[in-house]
Every structure is written in C-alpha cells, then in structure tokens.
Design a protein around this ligand. Structure first.
Ligand code: SF4
Ligand code: SF4
Length: 384
C-alpha cells in the first residue's frame, strides 16, 4: 500500500480509502447490509493497509433524511479492535440542516451511531450554492471551531459538488483540513474539476477524491471502440487499473475513495494501490487516456458547453445543468445514475419539466441547440 501525507494534518493515509456506501445488501435493500461479507471486506482492507474509512449519515438508508445503516455497522466493526488502526470520516447531512442546533444534533447522533467519542474527519456533506448560503447564515465557522476545540472532531472538511468559483469561496471561508471533490478522467471539467483539485493541493489542504470510477461506469460494460483505444497502449492495463492510475499519478491527490461492493473488488483495488506511485504515466499513456475521454464525450447527446448564455430562463429552468446530467447519462449509457445527480443537484423548480416552450432561450444558444426540444428529451429520460 502506498501512503501519502494528508495536507497539513500530518496524517499518513493510504492512497486507497474505503468508501462505506456500497456494501453488499440483502435482497437489494439499501438499508440491509449483508454483514458477513461486509465484515470480511473491511478486515481484508485494513489488514492490507487501508487506513481511511469514509462513511456518511445517509449511506445505506432507504431515504436521504433517515440515518443509514453504514454508520452503526462501521461503528460496531471498529469497536472489535480496529478503531486505532484507521482514520474515521463521516459527514454532516447538509440537506437536512435548517438551524444552528441541527448541526449539533446530527453530530451528536452520528457520534452515538458510530459508538466513538471522536470522529477523525468530519466533513460538511455535498456543498452546493444553496446549502452554502445557509451555512454562512448559521455561522458554520463557529460550529467548526467548537467541535474541534471540544474534541468531538479532530479535523474538519467538506465534500463538494459545485463549480470552481464556489470552491474558491468555500476554501477561503475557513482553515479546512481536507476537501473532497469528484475526479476521474471524464470529469476534468465537471464541477470544480481539475482546476479545483490543483487548487486544493496548492493550499496544502488534504485532497480527497471521490467517484474515481464514475459510479463504475468507466470500468463496466466498456464499449468496443473504447477498448480498442486502451488496447493500443504498449503497457497493458485493465480499465480499472487505468482509472486508478490516472488519479494516483497526480502527486497532489492524497486519497482516492472507492465504494466497494465485494471482497473481490477490495482485493483488486488494493493490488492496484500497491503500485499507486505519482508521475508514472508516460506522455503516450496520458495521450491514450485523453483519447478515451474524448471518445466517451463524443457519445454525448447534445453539444451543450455549459456556457450559460441561454440563462436566465424566465421559468427558472436550469438549462446548462439539465443538459449536463443528460449528456453524462447518454455518454455512459446509465440514466439511473445520472437521474440521482439530476434530482439531487437541481432544484425541483429548475428541472426540465418546468419549460413552457416559450422559445426565449434558443436564439442565445452558442451551439444552436433547440433547447425546448432537448429539454423535452431530458424530462422524458429522467422525470417520466
Ligand atoms: S423555452 Fe423553456 S427553457 Fe427556454 S426560456 Fe422558455 S421556458 Fe425557459
Ligand atoms: S447557450 Fe446553449 S450551449 Fe450554452 S448553456 Fe445554454 S444550451 Fe448550453
């Protein structure tokens, strides 16, 4: 296992972190973790060097507002002699917070669920503009100061799902220990993207990456044209190895979270993490990764570049983001995964179904997209 120093914290973290949101379940029910297999996965991971475990309030819950089973399951597991061997991370459920006391309430509930006196890394979950506006009103900085000074939390951070400008604002707002953003070779320009990842690294804030496999989409059911590009490489790697090596190659990435669902996946991922050195990819190999990314991107449904010239829509439709999730769904042939993003990142009043076909936006489109017609397709794909 390769270890890297997590920003300014001084903690040495395994390059592969265990994301505790996709354990095997009984009968496909998210709130019923298959505990025997899941215990084996955690034991194997820790015995083979993984020392960062990332859970969250809604993980393995039937809804995002009820406490999930991941935290209590992880708590029970760690209390069987593993607590001192790992760094434990969990997150404050931003979408439920309405007032200052809610932050205290959920942290205390999570400490109880985990059966610990202290959480190593406490992240504000899924920062997007709306949640951030509220957190500023609620004096988040004071809450973070308090929970660090009274010892309930050792380090604080945030996970992020918005654009680079907001990332800069959030980063400047507090002396964070860690920041968690989405990255894989398809997402260099998605949300805060590569620019955000580099900025976090430049500030010496612990740099945690999520979605390294884009929810599994870039390692499963690979189209033949994509496989042909991978096969051109002189150094042969599986799509899984390419996906991880792309991230491990970046020296400013400290830990890559993977939500594993079987013991086999844990073994495969650990084997790759044992070779996870930075700066190992040649220019030719980086070129092949870029070629694969481009081939995926050509599968997009429309050419929206998210320029925003069509905005604002008088009906408040969030045209760029509707198209963003639609294009990703078509590119990866996985509408279910994109639908989750669509409904969680776009407000209900801004979904495609709010379009009344007034046509005011279309003349402004830099890509000459027939916007209402395309929004109809978005609606049919995600909202039907
Ligand atoms: S056509 Fe639809 S998206 Fe475009 S401005 Fe009118 S309501 Fe908004
Ligand atoms: S103007 Fe066209 S390309 Fe730009 S965000 Fe709107 S739909 Fe997309």
């Amino acid at each position: 296992m390769i270890y890297r120093e997590l920003g300014n914290t001084g903690e040495k973290v395994s390059i592969l972190g265990f994301g505790a949101m996709r354990f095997p379940t009984i009968g496909g029910k998210p709130d019923q973790i298959e505990e025997v297999e899941s215990n084996k996965m955690l034991e194997y991971a820790i015995e083979n060097g993984v020392n960062y475990i990332d859970t969250g309030f809604p993980y393995h819950s039937a809804t995002t507002t009820e406490p999930g089973q991941s935290e209590p399951f992880i708590g029970e597991f760690l209390n069987r002699g593993y607590r001192e061997k790992v760094l434990l991370a969990t997150k404050l459920p931003s979408w439920i917070i309405e007032k200052k006391e809610d932050m205290e309430y959920y942290l205390d509930l999570q400490l109880k669920q985990l059966g610990v006196d202290q959480i190593d890394f406490y992240l504000i979950h899924t920062i997007i503009q709306d949640y951030w506006n509220l957190f500023k009103e609620l004096d988040l900085a004071e809450f973070l100061d308090n929970i660090k000074s009274d010892g309930r939390v050792k380090y604080v951070g945030f996970s992020f799902h918005d654009e680079f400008d907001l990332l800069l604002e959030v980063m400047d707002h507090y002396e964070w220990d860690v920041a968690q953003t989405q990255m894989n070779y398809l997402d260099e320009n998605y949300q805060s993207g590569l620019e955000g990842l580099k900025y976090i690294g430049s500030q010496n804030v612990g740099n945690i990456v999520m979605e390294p496999l884009r929810g599994g989409n870039i390692v499963e059911n690979i189209p033949a044209d994509i496989m042909n590009i991978w096969d051109k490489s002189p150094i042969k790697r599986t799509p899984l190895e390419w996906a991880f090596q792309y991230l491990y190659d970046m020296e400013y990435v400290d830990v890559v979270l993977s939500g594993m669902s079987s013991l086999e996946q844990v073994k495969e991922n650990i084997a790759i993490a044992n070779t996870g050195y930075p700066n190992t990819l040649s220019d030719e190999e980086k070129g092949i990764i870029k070629e694969v990314a481009l081939a995926y991107k050509k599968k997009k449904a429309n050419g929206c570049t998210q320029c925003g010239y069509c905005m604002p829509c008088p009906e408040k439709v969030d045209i760029p983001n509707c198209f963003k999730e639609y294009n990703i769904a078509m590119m990866l042939d996985n509408p279910e995964a994109s639908a989750m993003q669509y409904f969680s990142l776009i407000k209900e009043e801004s979904l495609a179904s709010n379009c009344i076909n007034c046509g005011k936006c279309t003349p402004h489109c830099t890509q000459m997209i027939n916007i209402p017609e395309e929004l109809e397709k978005v609606k049919n794909l995600f909202e039907s």
